[in-house]
Write a protein that binds this ligand. Structure first.
Ligand SMILES: O=C(O)C(=O)[C@H](O)CO
Ligand code: MG
Length: 258
């Protein structure tokens, strides 16, 4: 049975950020993920995780200036020193929360630009090697161009090739099924082929990015397939509730901690 992680950036928005940990545990989740923890002190997050007996499944390394439109800096020339500092900041939160995997966002850049590709490869290799010293995995996530126009990593094949080419045991794929379906489709066969390099899975309905209980994907089938494939990681619920968070959790009831 998949272990689901509530995404506290997109779900439980009815509560202030730190109270979302309590609300997610109350709703039966045993794990959480979010985009960025950096506006809260690491010790405050650690306390909420401990209080609620929650596992920290994932969060992202700092993304540059998100409010100004940046979506990561790994593929941006001239940002390597900033990236190294971001890795150390993320490692402080990793030590406090016990997370075992971090997602590195690439940034808005042309994937056919050799300078951007070189920057990205160097940043990924550096971050993965630094995280390996702490026993952590580094994840790369292809993101579709409808949600994030001009995002550098917009293709599962490109992610797969870089992971294979660098050959680092802790460099893995963040397999967001929502993005897979929009970019390529063929979700089941991709799960089967990429499971050996998959470090995290995320879910949402397509096209609305809401609860995984309708629209064009058959999630009961995909959850059973994930089990059949022996996936032992987390499944992040990276969706925007269609009504209130709690009202939309009927799909989760069979999986909730009692
Ligand atoms: O966009 C997504 O699907 C993600 O998981 C990124 O981490 C945040 O944009
Ligand atoms: Mg995602």
């Amino acid at each position: 049975m998949p272990v689901f992680a509530a995404n506290l950036t997109m779900m439980f928005n009815e509560w202030p950020f730190l109270d979302r940990f309590d609300a997610a545990a109350e709703a039966g989740f045993t794990a959480v993920e979010y985009l960025f923890p950096y506006e809260a002190p690491p010790e405050a997050i650690a306390e909420r995780l401990a209080r609620n007996k929650l596992e920290q499944a994932l969060f992202n390394l700092p993304p540059g200036d998100w409010a100004a439109g940046e979506r990561g800096i790994a593929a941006l020339p001239g940002r390597f020193e900033e990236l190294k500092a971001d890795v150390e900041r993320a490692l402080d939160y990793a030590a406090a929360t016990g997370v075992k995997r971090l997602h590195l966002m690439a940034g808005l850049a042309d994937p056919s630009d050799p300078e951007a590709a070189d920057c990205y490869r160097r940043a990924v290799a550096y971050a993965a090697e630094r995280l390996a010293e702490k026993g952590l995995d580094l994840l790369l996530e292809p993101i579709n161009g409808r949600n994030m126009p001009s995002y550098f990593l917009n293709d599962f094949g490109a992610a797969e090739r870089l992971i294979a080419d660098l050959g680092l045991a802790n460099l893995k794929l963040q397999f967001d099924i929502y993005h897979r379906q929009i970019i390529h489709g063929d979700v089941t066969m991709a799960l089967r082929r990429l499971m050996p390099v998959t470090g995290h899975i995320q879910i949402a309905s397509v096209p609305s990015r809401q609860e995984p209980d309708g629209e064009e994907l058959n999630y009961p089938y995909l959850f059973a397939e994930i089990d059949r494939l022996g996936y032992a990681g987390f499944v992040g619920c990276e969706y925007s509730p269609s009504r209130g968070t709690l009202e939309g959790l009927a799909w989760f009831k069979p999986f909730a901690r009692s």
